[in-house]
Design a protein around this ligand. Structure first.
Ligand code: NAI
Ligand SMILES: NCC(=O)COP(=O)(O)O
Length: 330
């Protein structure tokens, strides 16, 4: 167990072995972090990627009581099941990717780790292995028995949270329910106060339909669901603006009126966020009993093994996790 006043220890899951995660994790070594970073990865795979991208990073096996020497990378060996070639997915490794997540989650729940930072996994190859998987966010919710969690991306001066996450577009309208909206806004408001230090968060809520439904002529979710929920939550003291037409919500004048945006679905909010910050954005899961941040990008199979993947988002995710754990960034 980590001592309450000891430097926080973060678990960094290296994710899909064929993706850029393992080589990005190597770049964490030698940086002056305000605590310990422990990379969960297959040690032999890390050695292979080092050879492939032409770097040499001394690895030290993770020992809870013994922080690694500066310049080395602490590694908690989590074996892959079959050899992995950069850029080539193999469903045979899906279960080992999930075992890596399970180890990090377990360590966070037990207090061994102050939080976890995830490098990307490949959702499709995990599903190809016969495991229903739609993302870390949903997996973490289930693993920690959190009844609802909220995906929020932070970057480029924006905070964008999502009401629905990895759903087919056709399933989105039915998921815009009073309960889902109210609980999501309550989690967002709560975590903006407690984890991001905002005394009175102002949340801009997007409509679902073009022009926020144009008075009911282009869809009724705004009138039937969103407006009543916002009105009810305003009575509890929450500062909510909306439902706002999503096409003009992200113009600077409107953004200046809020601290965070709640988008109704994945591709309503994330393209704007990624346009503003790709390579430096961070994905945070709100509503969990543990701290979890992540990169803003995927497995980038086209770059895996080249050493050219940008580590900026991983670094930002690690910095934010340390800040959330109470350790200032260096
Ligand atoms: N946190 C996670 O685990 C995430 C996982 N994914 C998964 O990743 C897989 C691939 O997704 P894609 O849509 O192809 O997105 P992607 O982010 O892997 O790639 C999109 C484009 O961005 C580039 N790119 C990505 N990361 C980069 C980096 N660090 N530096 C420079 N360029 C970078 C890629 O080369 C590619 O051109 C999917 O299975 C998806 O679900 C996607 C987002 C987050
Ligand atoms: N587009 C964000 C994304 O896919 C990340 O999902 P998750 O794995 O963090 O749930």
């Amino acid at each position: 167990m980590a001592m309450a006043d000891a430097a926080p220890v973060l678990a960094i899951t290296s994710g899909e072995p064929a993706g850029v995660g393992p080589e990005l994790c190597l770049k964490l070594a030698g940086h002056d972090w305000p605590g310990r970073v422990v990379v969960l990865a297959d040690e032999a795979l890390l050695a292979e990627r080092m050879a492939q991208v032409g770097v040499s990073v001394p690895l030290q096996s993770y020992d809870p009581g013994m922080p690694a020497a500066r310049g080395t990378l602490e590694v908690l060996h989590t074996p892959i099941s079959v050899p992995s070639r950069a850029g080539c997915l193999d469903a045979g490794n899906a279960r080992s990717v999930l075992a890596m997540l399970d180890r990090a989650i377990d360590g966070c729940v037990r207090g061994e780790f102050a939080g976890m930072v995830t490098a990307p996994v490949h959702k499709g190859v995990i599903c190809d292995a016969g495991i229903a998987f739609s993302g870390h966010t949903e997996y973490l919710a289930e693993a920690t028995a959190a009844s609802r969690v909220v995906m929020m991306l932070v970057g480029g001066g924006l905070r964008v949270a999502l009401l629905t996450t990895h759903l087919p577009l056709a399933a989105v309208p039915a998921a815009v329910t009073p309960t889902a909206l109210a609980e999501t806004l309550q989690i967002l408001d709560h975590d903006l106060r407690t984890r991001f230090g905002l005394a009175q968060p102002r949340i801009l809520v997007a409509g679902l339909n073009p022009h926020a439904g144009e008075g009911g002529h282009m869809g009724r979710e705004e009138i039937d669901v969103i407006e009543p929920v916002l009105e009810r939550l305003r009575q509890t003291g929450m500062c909510l603006l909306g439902p706002l037409p999503a096409d003009t919500l992200f113009v600077p004048h409107t953004l200046s009126r809020g601290d965070a945006v709640l988008a109704m679905y994945h591709d309503q909010g994330l393209p704007v966020l990624k346009h503003a910050s790709f390579g430096g954005g961070v994905n945070v899961t709100l509503g969990l009993p543990i701290i979890r941040t992540s990169v803003d990008h995927g497995t980038a199979l086209d770059l895996a093994g080249t050493g050219r993947a940008d580590p900026g988002s991983l670094f930002a995710a690690v910095r934010l996790a340390f800040e959330m754990a109470g350790a200032g960034a260096r």
